[in-house]
Design a protein around this ligand. Structure first.
Ligand code: DGL
Length: 281
């Protein structure tokens, strides 16, 4: 088999990364995709850096052991805390979701307020701020401090969003109240954009958008990551050959049936081909 025809590996702490897989599938219909959801150990968002690196590198080993041409770390928490480690360790390119979201935020905000929301671990890591400032500096290398000073970045952890989404409460009144609780202070700052820095938050996009108003552009890191992956594969001549519809296989570390049921809701279509991964737990 030609290397180009190897699948793209995608992993997340659980089923949230399916929001990223969905975006990849939309724009790369012929690629084969292998997804790993660490359903036995989710959530990562309240765990330490050491633990997140350990779990993430086990999954990286699993995916590269199967044979993938690139790995997409669909989890924002893992991308925030383990990406550099994974890039060093892997013998294939590894992509995270932070940089593409940060780049888009800089592009759309042009010097205004940028708001970022994510899990406690993602926000504590300040990975989005670092990526946003890096992008500003790369655009305005000689005037970076001046340009950077015009930006204001506000990061906010929203730890209840993940369980609310997983329990199927996305459209309930209680969730609107929790959105208001976490984000009302951000809303008054009228950010020019809000980065959804967690795999689960795209499911809440409409409710968040309704509260924050249409002058704030909502950025889905998954959408931006899918675009960056496609761009990379094209530029490096790594797209799969042929026009046969790509296939998908899913591995989980626990509870295949629950992943099928909830994952189908995340993807908006039934999920088949789910296998319990041996040796990761
Ligand atoms: N996938 C995680 C993220 O994007 C959210 C769920 C978790 O805490 O593991 O940060």
């Amino acid at each position: 088999m030609k290397f180009n025809d190897f699948p793209i590996g995608i992993f997340d702490s659980g089923l949230g990364g399916l929001t990223v897989l969905k975006e990849i599938r939309k724009i790369l219909p012929f690629e084969d995709l292998i997804y790993f959801g660490d359903t036995a150990r989710v959530p990562y968002g309240n765990k330490s850096k050491e633990t997140i690196i350990k779990y993430s590198s086990e999954i990286l080993g699993f995916l590269t052991g199967i044979g993938v041409k690139i790995v997409v770390v669909a989890c924002n928490t893992s991308s925030s805390l383990a990406l550099e480690y994974l890039k060093d360790k892997a013998d294939v390119p590894v992509f995270g979701v932070i940089e593409p979201g940060a780049k888009k935020a800089v592009r759309v905000s042009s010097g205004g307020n940028i708001a970022v929301i994510g899990t406690s671990a993602t926000i504590k890591s300040r990975a989005y701020s670092a990526a946003i400032y890096k992008e500003i500096a790369s655009l305005e290398s000689d005037k970076s401090r001046l340009f950077g000073a015009a930006f204001k970045i506000t990061e906010k952890a929203c730890p209840l969003f993940v369980p609310l989404v997983e329990e199927g409460f996305a459209d309930e009144e209680i969730t609107k109240g929790v959105i208001n609780h976490y984000l009302s202070s951000l809303f008054t700052e009228k950010p020019s954009c809000l980065v959804l820095g967690c795999t689960h938050y795209p499911i809440l996009k409409d409710s968040i958008s309704a509260q924050i108003g249409k002058n704030t552009e909502i950025i889905d890191s998954g959408v931006e990551t899918a675009g960056a992956v496609k761009d990379y594969l094209e530029r490096n001549g790594m797209l799969k050959t042929g026009t046969k519809k790509g296939c998908e296989s899913f591995f989980v570390s626990d509870d295949v049936e629950k992943f099928k049921e909830l994952g189908g809701k995340f993807l908006g279509r039934p999920i088949e081909n789910v296998v319990l991964a041996e040796g990761i737990k």
